[in-house]
Design a protein around this ligand. Structure first.
Ligand SMILES: *Cc1c(COP(=O)(O)O)cnc(C)c1O
Length: 224
């Protein structure tokens, strides 16, 4: 595991350097979905502290077994009926893709006194099978999203279409960065986080401005 972590970190560093950035600007989120609490424990002994899960029930059971010093992000698609359980478990929600979902999250966050960070998922490629705001719908929703009292909108997230060749993801990543830049200007808000890049394409994502890469299989091996 230590070798895998070191290898990822040096690839992150090389990608950052190549694009005139420093690796310190980029957060490594270790995606532990479908891997055991024990695997997370081991990763944490090697210095990883931030983990990503995509199913609420699985995460709840895992988190209960692990030290409270670890940090957790939700990277899946959050169902309405899971919001109440999920809110106290995670510091940040990456997959917020509808105004109605954000409103429901905010209502429960107000009730429970929580102030989670959210990242707005964008469907850049426009594939109908994908979750995420279409860019023009996000523009139309932005003011309402920013007005939700207990949600802190911290940036954008996307998933590139699956491909063997990471270069095919590059235009998706650069489009997310450009959308972020233009929303920051238009709404005069900082949107510092760009959550983009996974095991197969995180280097290209870093070259295109990613500040948070979500790496699963390259750290933990395959999922069954
Ligand atoms: C599973 C998952 C990842 C990690 O994928 P790998 O290819 O294993 O690195 C990243 N982001 C999201 C949203 C995921 O669901």
């Amino acid at each position: 595991m230590q070798n895998d972590i070191n290898a990822i970190r040096s690839r992150m560093e090389a990608a950052a350097q190549k694009s005139g950035r420093t690796v310190g600007e980029i957060t490594l989120l270790a995606v532990s979905k479908l891997h055991s609490a024990q695997a997370v424990q081991e990763a944490s002994l090697h210095g990883l502290t931030l983990f990503g899960e995509s199913r609420v029930q699985e995460a709840k059971e895992k988190i209960a077994l692990l030290p409270s010093t670890l940090h957790w992000h939700f990277i899946g698609h959050l169902q309405r009926n899971k919001i109440r359980v999920a809110l106290p478990l995670f510091e940040c929600f990456h997959g917020v893709d509808k105004l109605s979902l954000a409103s429901d999250m905010n209502r429960i966050a107000v009730e429970t006194g929580l102030t989670p960070t959210i990242l707005l998922e964008v469907n850049i490629s426009g594939e109908t099978s994908k979750f995420g705001f279409l860019p023009e719908i996000l523009r139309d929703s932005m003011e309402r999203l920013l007005s939700l009292s207990n949600l802190r909108v911290n940036g954008l997230m996307t998933m590139a279409p699956y491909s063997e060749d990471p270069e095919t993801a590059r235009p998706v990543f650069s489009a997310l960065r450009e959308l972020r830049d233009s929303l920051e200007k238009e709404y005069r808000v900082p949107l510092p986080v760009l959550s983009m890049g996974m095991s197969g394409d995180f280097e290209v994502a870093i070259e295109e401005g990613s500040t948070l890469v979500r790496v699963g299989s390259a750290l933990f091996g395959g999922r069954t």
